[in-house]
Ligand binder design. Structure first.
Ligand SMILES: Nc1ncnc2c1ncn2[C@@H]1O[C@H](COP(=O)(O)OP(=O)(O)OP(=O)(O)O)[C@@H](O)[C@H]1O
Ligand SMILES: [Mg+2]
Ligand SMILES: [Zn+2]
Length: 470
């Protein structure tokens, strides 16, 4: 598609960026482009540059079949130099000779409030009180100004980490600063002139009266493998090297016996008031749903990622690389999968919502038992695709079809059915020239893998886990 034929650069505003890509949000009125983002390459040294066409082929040919339902849809689009130059890139330097870009759905489209939990984990609270289908930022700003009579959901700024996505271009989806991040390879949290991106956080008290219908976790799982011998896994070791505070160990999300620990750690960074807002005021059993999502082996995307991150050959170990030509196709794929991001979205089920009827969601329904009250540390009961769910299974047998339907309807009405949708994004092919950097980091990590940091618990060891599902 030749995008410049249907839209002008003025209809795109800066949305977010990472170390290699910048995203623009569509603000025009074309239905096809509404709810979409344009993802373009940032300027890079020639030898490290991977073009958008190469990225596209790599995702479509090498990655898509591994996660056909989860990898985010991408569409290759043709750009002109004039179009690229016309974009307002908020000071970031674009690869101006690039003639292609990617069009992707905006997973954070709608009325979301961001809560930054840590470098690799963000939480977004979604409410449709204002309007869930706003793709037009100007329209949204206008609505925000005029919504005195509406029940605006305002969960903003309990702490300095919380910023709203709904209040205009400057506060949109800009990653929070992480002062401890001295990794030059990732400028996620820094704007070009080095200032923090969350400077203009509003400081409102917690006055939320809106209904939370949808909650999204954005997580980078990083390196997933069975840790057989080290005190610290690769991710926890690197975080210590970079002085990134501990949040959770990604390996804990892999095994039935460690999932609770992983979730306790993830939730430990959510302010108590926000937990209450979610779990009590909105009766949204988020932790229980997350646990269900991880406990089902067919749905645990972390376990599946681990499977495909597997190194089969000692030549694919980073420490054995001696030149860029040593980087095999398998290692390239593994390095990409070690850097993907996930959006895990939990929604209250609404049987009138057509979006839920897409084939992607058929297996993603979670029905929780109706009887037990919802608590953050409550039992993790519930099941996938077990409508209707009930405390006593014998009641199923006694029910006829219409009773079952009535019961299902009641559950929908009482909000006990949820959908969980997982999208994988950022499947960037890495330049083989990065092997030097990979080697360097591995070298720096050697002293950390088996160290003892009194402020950092050891990561789980595969051999000493009971009941592990590898
Ligand atoms: N489809 C999407 N919908 C909503 N937000 C998105 C989407 N894709 C990316 N983002 C946001 O934009 C940010 C940067 O995007 P992305 O990860 O693709 O850039 P990158 O340069 O590859 O980052 P990195 O340096 O981590 O590799 C993400 O952290 C995420 O918050
Ligand atoms: Mg990337
Ligand atoms: Zn770890």
């Amino acid at each position: 598609m030749e995008i410049y034929k249907i839209t002008s650069p003025k209809e795109w505003s800066y949305f977010a960026n990472g170390s290699a890509n910048i995203l623009f949000k569509y603000t025009g009125t074309n239905d096809y482009l509404t709810h979409k983002l344009l993802r373009l390459r940032l300027l890079k040294e020639d030898e490290e540059y991977i073009s958008t066409c190469e990225l596209y082929d790599f995702i479509e040919l090498k990655c898509k079949h591994l996660f056909p339902k989860q990898i985010i849809d991408i569409q290759l689009i043709v750009l002109t130099s004039e179009f690229v130059r016309g974009l307002d890139s908020a000071g970031f330097k674009l690869q101006l000779n690039e003639r292609y870009g990617l069009l992707i759905p905006n997973i954070l489209d709608g009325n979301y409030t961001k809560i930054a939990l840590s470098k690799h984990c963000q939480l977004y609270l979604g409410s449709d009180d204002i309007n869930t289908t706003i793709g037009n930022q100007q329209q949204q700003s206008r609505q925000n100004e005029n919504n005195h009579t509406r029940n605006k959901a305002d969960y903003s700024s309990l702490t300095q980490d919380i910023s709203s996505l709904t209040t205009g271009p400057d506060s949109q989806q800009r990653p929070p600063i992480n002062n401890n991040n001295n990794n030059n390879n990732n400028n996620n949290n820094i704007i070009p002139n080095g200032h923090p991106m969350n400077e203009n956080i509003a400081n409102f008290p917690l006055t939320s009266h809106g209904t939370i219908n949808s909650i999204i976790f954005e997580i980078k799982p990083k390196w997933l493998y069975d840790n057989k011998s080290s005190n610290y896994c690769r991710t926890c070791s690197l975080n210590q090297l970079r002085n990134v505070p501990r949040h959770f160990c990604p390996l804990d999300l892999l095994y039935p016996t460690t999932i609770d620990q992983g979730l306790d750690d993830i939730f430990s960074k959510i302010p108590k008031e926000i937990i209450d807002l979610i779990e009590v005021e909105n009766n949204f059993p988020l932790k229980q749903l997350f646990c269900q999502f991880l406990s089902n082996p067919d749905h645990n995307v972390f376990a599946k990622l681990k499977q495909y991150q597997k190194i089969n050959n000692k030549n694919d170990l980073i420490e054995n690389l001696t030149s860029s030509s040593d980087v095999s196709q398998n290692l390239s794929l593994v390095m990409t999968l070690r850097d993907v991001g996930l959006f895990i979205k939990f929604e209250k089920y609404d049987r009138n919502n057509d979006i839920h009827n897409s084939h992607n969601n058929i297996n993603n329904l979670i029905t929780l038992p109706t009887a037990s009250p919802t608590h953050i540390n409550g039992g993790f009961g519930g099941a996938y695709q077990t409508t209707p769910s009930s405390e006593s299974s014998h009641t199923y047998r006694d029910q006829d079809q219409s009773q079952i339907q009535d019961s299902a309807k009641r559950q929908e009405e009482s909000g006990r059915k949820y959908l969980v949708t997982c999208n994988i994004y950022d499947l960037d092919l890495k330049s083989r020239m990065k092997y030097k950097y990979w080697l360097q980091v591995e070298h720096e990590l050697q002293g950390i893998y088996n160290s003892n940091n009194p402020n950092w618990r050891h990561c789980c060891k595969y051999g000493s886990l009971e009941n592990t599902n590898s």
